[in-house]
Ligand binder design. Structure first.
Ligand code: SF4
Length: 178
């Protein structure tokens, strides 16, 4: 039998399999991430390759891209983010429904990259929380896929109550997000 997705931890026997609700929800979330590609420059081209037939991100349940923040749960930031784009990026993040994750792809999104100038944001984590960083200038599609797999790990193992926790509230407040 071919497994489309690995089953979560649980108990199995003759004709039954039992697991916790959190594991079942995690399994569904991790295998149906809907990315919102916020691509501003060259790293976005690598993402296009990642979506193409050769690397085929659809294999991981993420073929359904959304350019509506309300219909996506994975914000992928790819490219140089000018400071004047910062408020736009933050607005997009704020409009996404919970649970939401953020993948910072490439040196520019993660740290400003080679653009250590007055006009470029020196890392998107100055304005929104980031879950996983993908290094490289540009990162190869394999690295982007690796980043998605790490987000999947987080989504699959996240406790159901995390988004209602004080720690999560504090994190959002730190970024001025209510
Ligand atoms: S990290 Fe490199 S490839 Fe990616 S957007 Fe910046 S300059 Fe372009």
């Amino acid at each position: 039998m071919v497994n489309i997705a690995d089953p979560p931890d649980g108990y199995s026997g003759n004709g039954f399999f039992a697991t916790s609700l959190a594991h079942a929800v995690g399994l569904a979330r991790k295998n149906s991430l809907w990315p919102l590609p916020f691509a501003t420059s060259c790293c976005g081209i690598e993402f296009m390759a990642t979506m193409g037939a050769h690397y085929d991100l659809a294999r991981f349940g993420s073929e359904r891209l959304s350019f509506s923040p309300r219909q996506s749960d994975l914000l992928m930031v790819m490219g140089t983010i000018a400071k004047k784009m910062g408020p736009v990026l933050k607005e997009v993040y704020v409009q996404m429904a919970e649970p939401r994750w953020v993948l910072s792809v490439g040196a520019c999104a993660s740290s400003g990259g080679i653009f250590d100038t007055y006009s470029v944001l020196q890392g998107i984590d100055r304005i929104i929380p980031v879950d996983v960083y993908v290094p490289g200038c540009p990162p190869r599609p394999e690295q982007i896929i690796d980043g998605i797999l790490k987000i999947q790990e987080l989504a699959g193992n996240e406790p159901l109550r995390r988004r209602n926790s004080k720690e999560y509230d504090d994190l959002q407040h730190k970024y001025g997000i209510e």
